[in-house]
Design a protein around this ligand. Structure first.
Ligand code: HEM
Ligand SMILES: *[C@@H]1O[C@H](CO)[C@@H](O)[C@H](O)[C@H]1NC(C)=O
Length: 324
């Protein structure tokens, strides 16, 4: 009979084999405890300082995590610029309106000063979102680290697989399910739309030529004033806040708005009309702690989507470019 030791050796060999061939890695708590003990504290201090300079940086970190992690891997692929055959994911229609990328470099610079070439950009994406949530009044999460950075962008996959403002709830739920997030978690994560803004290009379909009947008429009037052009130029700067009442707080006002037919995007409002998701909308509208609990749980799952190891990834020196 095989001893425990033999079994665990077989497991180890299997794990090594498996890792070698897939390039995936296990993230863990305090991955940098020896290599860069202050890493998490440095990120946090930078996120706090940036928040006090530009409050909306905290909003951006949350959206950046979603757009990086939802498709393929949490590998900072979204940060790569178009150069040397790479076409940046930032050029995707779905990534329209994303902002504050330059301040990721500010965080990275602080880490490079303390621990050169040690902390990955993918972990900065993850940890800054974690700390951004706290700055916006959301829950604190223990988050694992050890992600590596991609050497390529995944533009085609983003175009095909990252949900759009007008996708069906069936598509949205299946996309989230593909990364291990169920309907309850999906409803919670969309609560991120309790903060930030939406540009008019993503809204006009609900306003012109006819107002979407699921939209509260007074709110529709307000939105038409914010977005007076039925065919806005995609470069237009006109936008609306996602939540007029508590625009900079990650709270359950988002769900209360949905119940009052004041959801902003088509996907937002569908959470209430879809029979699978609507019970969770009502529960989250009634209970902010429950929303925060589910939000943390789902964000952590998202943040651990398919991290890569050094066989296929690296720690970038500059988050915008693959190392030479
Ligand atoms: C079905 C899924 C989702 C769709 C279709 C979607 C779509 C959008 C769109 C169209 C915008 C407005 C962009 C603009 O016009 O500037 C937006 C903003 C935002 N989204 Fe989502 N989103 C989804 C899920 C999420 C998730 C899961 C998160 C994070 C956990 C998130 C975080 C944000 C944040 C924070 C903003 C505001 C950004 C800012 O003000 O700069 N979204 N989203
Ligand atoms: C969704 O909106 C985009 C513009 O943002 C448009 O090109 C597309 O046709 C719309 N899709 C559907 C299914 O309405």
């Amino acid at each position: 009979m095989a001893t425990h030791k033999q079994i665990s050796n077989i497991c180890l060999a299997f794990i090594l084999f498996f890792h070698f061939y897939t390039g995936t890695c296990e993230v863990q708590l305090n991955y940098y405890s020896k290599s860069c003990p202050n890493a998490e504290e440095i990120v946090k201090q930078q996120v706090i300082a940036l928040y006090h300079k530009h409050g909306n940086t905290a909003v951006s970190w949350i959206r950046t995590l979603f757009h990086d992690c939802m498709v393929k891997s949490c590998d900072a692929s979204i940060l790569l610029e178009s150069i040397n055959g790479i076409i940046s994911e930032k050029t995707s229609k779905q990534n329209m309106g994303m902002r504050n990328f330059k301040y990721i470099n500010t965080i990275k610079d602080a880490l490079e000063e303390a621990c050169p070439m040690t902390v990955s950009c993918a972990d900065i994406v993850a940890l800054s979102a974690r700390d951004g949530v706290v700055m916006l009044g959301g829950p604190h999460m223990e988050m694992k680290t050890g992600r590596k950075d991609s050497k390529e962008s995944h533009l085609a996959e983003i175009d095909a697989l990252l949900p759009n403002h007008n996708d069906s709830m069936t598509f949205v739920l299946s996309r989230f399910q593909s990364v291990g997030i169920d309907a309850e978690g999906t409803v919670a994560l969309l609560g991120a739309h309790s903060v930030g803004r939406v540009h008019c290009v993503n809204l006009v379909d609900r306003l012109y030529p006819d107002v979407d009947p699921t939209l509260d008429p007074d709110y529709a009037e307000y939105l038409k004033r914010r977005c007076p052009h039925p065919e806005p130029n995609p470069r237009d700067v006109e936008y609306s806040r996602t939540d007029l009442i508590t625009p900079m707080t990650l709270d359950n006002m988002y769900y209360k708005n949905l119940i009052n037919n004041r959801g902003l995007l088509i996907v937002d409002q569908q959470l209430l009309s879809n029979p699978i998701t609507s019970p969770y909308v009502k529960k989250m509208a009634a209970d902010n702690d429950y929303f925060h609990e589910q939000f943390s749980k789902a964000l952590l799952i998202l943040s651990e989507n398919n991290p890569i190891n050094e066989d296929v990834g690296e720690v970038r020196k500059d988050c915008r470019f693959v190392n030479k």
